[in-house]
Design a protein around this ligand. Structure first.
Ligand code: NAP
Length: 265
């Protein structure tokens, strides 16, 4: 289908990692609402398939689901090759899949560091390596990396996550420079605390370790946000969809903070 004002991304194939739930599912929904064909990647077939069915029904677009471990290059590149074979060359890559285990630095062992770096940083690197040749051949493309406010400032008890997200921002900036004259943009979106399972897990962790109530724990999380609230996944998703639009062609190498004013870089 050709692009139109209502369906500006029609005919474009978007791969969203971690697209089965949370922010990734919201991003997939926003891109589908603009007409994109979708491939959702994640670990859990049932979650991916349920989300793919819902989005396909709601938005009458093609949505595929591929199981892959983002932290494993072979698994990821095989899944992306399947996406291309079934739904065509990738015009949009959203590197969203991520994990955020929290622990004091001295309790964060090498295994935890390796896992976080493999998923939160190297997953995006491997996915970009898999789709970039096609984008270069087409002379156009969009890569959006979901980083975090933790990619731009230090935060206690998430050293590995913070390091991986800072590296993801650095990767975004460097790849943006390399692709600037090729019709490809590469940007990062940096959400503050957003209402998904990651925050649910963080709240459970805080209540378990400190004995504080869930409400008290929530207050301590949203205290960082001048708007004193959690960000909604759809707010992150709309920013991603804009970055994927033709209107954002001159925006590259940026780290856009969606956090109610928490950071002003
Ligand atoms: P979430 O609800 O926990 O969802 C994480 C997603 O990543 C799931 O779809 C999960 O797939 C996928 N995933 C995790 N590890 C994977 C792996 N090894 N291979 C493939 N898929 C994997 O998280 P979220 O809150 O939506 O977070 C999405 C992104 O936003 C992450 O990069 C996170 O760091 C970032 N972020 C979140 C917040 C927040 O407060 N929520 C704030 C800033 C940044 P399965 O369903 O198959 O497990």
């Amino acid at each position: 289908m050709a692009a139109s004002n209502q369906q500006p991304l029609a005919g474009r194939h978007a791969v969203v990692t971690g697209g089965g739930r949370g922010i990734g599912a919201a991003i997939a929904t926003s891109l589908a609402a603009r007409g994109a064909t979708l491939s959702l990647l994640g670990r859990t077939a049932a979650t991916l398939e349920a989300t793919a069915r819902r989005i396909a029904d709601e938005h009458r677009t093609t949505v595929g689901a591929e199981v892959a471990d983002i932290g494993d290059e072979a698994s990821l590149s095989t899944a992306i090759a399947r996406c291309v074979a079934e739904r065509g060359p990738v015009a949009i890559l959203v590197n969203n899949a991520g994990i955020a285990p929290s622990a004091p630095f001295l309790k964060s062992d090498a295994k935890l560091w390796r896992e976080v770096l493999d998923v939160d940083l190297m997953g995006a690197v491997h996915a970009a390596r898999a789709v970039l040749p096609g984008m270069l051949g087409a002379g156009s493309g969009r890569i959006v990396n979901i980083a975090s406010t933790a990619g731009l400032t230090g935060m206690a008890y998430v050293t590995a996550y913070c390091a991986a997200k800072h590296a993801l921002v650095g990767f975004t900036r460097a790849l943006a420079m390399e692709t600037a004259r090729k019709g490809i943009t590469v940007n990062a979106v940096c959400p503050g605390y957003t209402e998904t399972d990651i925050v649910g897990d963080a709240l459970a962790n805080i209540t378990g370790k400190t004995g504080r109530s869930r409400d008290e724990a929530l207050k301590s999380l949203v205290a960082h946000n001048p708007q004193a609230r959690l960000i909604q996944p759809e707010e992150v998703a709309e920013t991603v969809a804009w970055l994927c639009s033709d209107a954002a062609a001159s925006v590259t190498g940026q780290s856009i903070v969606v956090a109610g004013g928490e950071l002003m870089p």
